[in-house]
Design a binder for this molecule. Structure first.
Ligand SMILES: [Fe+2]
Length: 479
């Protein structure tokens, strides 16, 4: 992490934020009636309540914050105009960062500053496009005239916000801006589109404020808090289930030192490959989960005994080993939280492209993509690991093996992507790197976006990724 570069970046964003504040025409804010001052204060309070209820989510593909603070901000633009929205951001942003979240100074300063820059630039775009305030006398005519500028406000705000966060992540993690932007922005801007799709709620809140004043704000926003709370409970339940399954996988693997860490390594590699293939965040998450659970069927001690055998396996023993995929499916089907796609990946991770795999002898694209990726990763982890009877293969030799069996055992597209990228080098570096602290940069760890779900990429510089000690032999190659 380049601490000096991050400090310079945060200082620069802060200076830009101060400059942006000078551009704001504060006259409409100063002209607010007592009635509308009360409305603005209530919006700020509701924004702070939203911040206090924000939910930080994390997965290996990224982290994000589920919050509805974007809605009160957009409401303030429609009702009072962009200068009041800037005031909303100064007060709610500062209190949210330093009082509600108790962020360290550098993180808080970065977040408040980049929100402010985004708010002011979005406000300029809004006014330039003809956007007006409903209060004091614009009413519904102003609202109708402001619908397109309102979309413009959201787009500019989110673009600036995502760009600022991407810059901070790129600097702190030693990545290029383009690489980070691609992940923060999402495929085809999916993350911004998602945020924009919830913004019409602000139009309804603005209409209710116009009609019912403070009661309108409470009526419109309180249900959203309850929805967020339900989401929070659901998220906690899903996380608890995932944690239990991860603990189960670790418990299975600790019975045999030769498989220790195998599933985590396969999961990390499968995620890296899926990201390299530009698959969506949710698909990457799902493939990582499938990869983590792919050998969960080996929970039965019978597999451990057979896999520990130093001699080659008999036909009967091989049949027993092959049953681990269906055993895994049986186990996962009893858990309602495991998606069907994950179960399918687990079932088919030993299918071969030529149809000679098991259990269903599927061919080519009949095999789910996740299973095809896991199949390659499984073999890679075996080849790159030391065995009692041989040393680990070199990366180059592993590449040659992959090419040799592409289209026969392995998916050709997956292999082509691997041999034309540095995924293998990164994987080996991560596996063999000593475990270091999961130090996170001060600016981006808390760089929450005030949007329903903003994602920051999980890619970390090689040195910061958690290592698993030296590579250990996997027994999977025998299965
Ligand atoms: Fe397996």
């Amino acid at each position: 992490m380049n601490q000096r570069a991050i400090q310079t970046y945060v200082a620069a964003i802060s200076v830009v934020a101060l400059g942006a504040l000078a551009l704001v025409d504060w006259a409409p804010l100063l002209a607010l009636s007592g009635r509308d001052q009360a409305g603005l204060i209530l919006l700020i309070l509701l924004g702070l309540v939203s911040e206090s209820m924000s939910l930080r989510t994390a997965s290996k593909s990224g982290s994000g914050t589920f919050t509805i603070t974007f809605i009160p901000l957009l409401t303030s633009v429609l009702v009072f105009g962009p200068s009041t929205a800037a005031a909303f951001m100064v007060v709610a942003g500062s209190l949210g960062q330093f009082v509600v979240h108790r962020k360290p100074f550098l993180k808080g300063a970065f977040n408040v500053s980049q929100y402010l820059v985004a708010t002011v630039l979005a406000g300029i775009a809004y006014s330039w496009m003809g956007g007006r305030a409903m209060m004091p006398d614009g009413g519904s005519a102003a609202l109708l005239a402001s619908l397109i500028p309102f979309v413009g406000y959201g787009v500019v705000f989110l673009l600036v916000n995502h760009a600022a966060v991407s810059g901070a992540i790129a600097i702190s993690r030693g990545l290029t801006f383009q690489a980070v932007w691609g992940e923060v922005f999402g495929k085809w801007g999916s993350n911004i589109v998602y945020d924009l799709m919830v913004s019409p709620i602000a139009i309804a809140v603005a209409i209710l404020y116009h009609e019912l004043w403070l009661f309108g704000l409470i009526t419109a926003l309180m249900p959203l808090f309850f929805i967020r709370h339900s989401y929070f409970l659901n998220y906690k339940l899903i996380r608890a289930n995932q944690d239990l399954l991860s603990a189960l996988v670790k418990a299975i693997e600790t019975r045999d030192p030769y498989t220790s860490g195998h599933s985590v390594r396969v999961s990390n590699l499968a995620g890296a490959i899926a990201r390299e293939m530009n698959l969506g965040v949710r698909i990457v998450d799902r493939i990582e989960q499938s990869a983590l659970l792919h050998d969960i069927g080996k929970i039965d001690a019978i597999y451990t005994e057979i896999l520990r055998k130093p001699s080659s396996l008999s036909f009967e023993e091989r049949q027993v080993i092959e049953s681990h995929v269906t055993k895994g499916v049986d186990l996962l089907q009893s858990l309602s939280s495991v998606p069907a796609a994950v179960i399918a990946d687990v079932r088919h991770h030993h299918e071969r492209i030529d149809g000679r795999g098991y259990p269903d002898k599927l061919r080519g694209e009949e095999i789910p993509l996740g299973a095809r990726i896991i199949n390659v990763c499984d073999a890679i982890d075996a080849m790159l690991s030391d065995r009692p009877y041989r040393k680990a293969l070199s990366i180059e030799a592993t590449r040659e093996e992959l090419k040799k069996f592409a289209g026969i055992q392995f998916d050709e597209t997956v292999v082509e992507m691997i041999v034309n990228s540095n995924v293998l080098e990164e994987h080996v570096a991560n596996v063999r790197a000593p475990s270091v602290s999961s130090e996170v940069d001060p600016a981006t760890e808390g760089a929450d976006l005030p949007s329903p779900e903003a994602r920051a990429p999980a890619r970390r510089p090689k040195a910061a990724r958690s290592g698993h000690g030296s590579a250990v032999p996997s027994t999977e190659g025998r299965a």
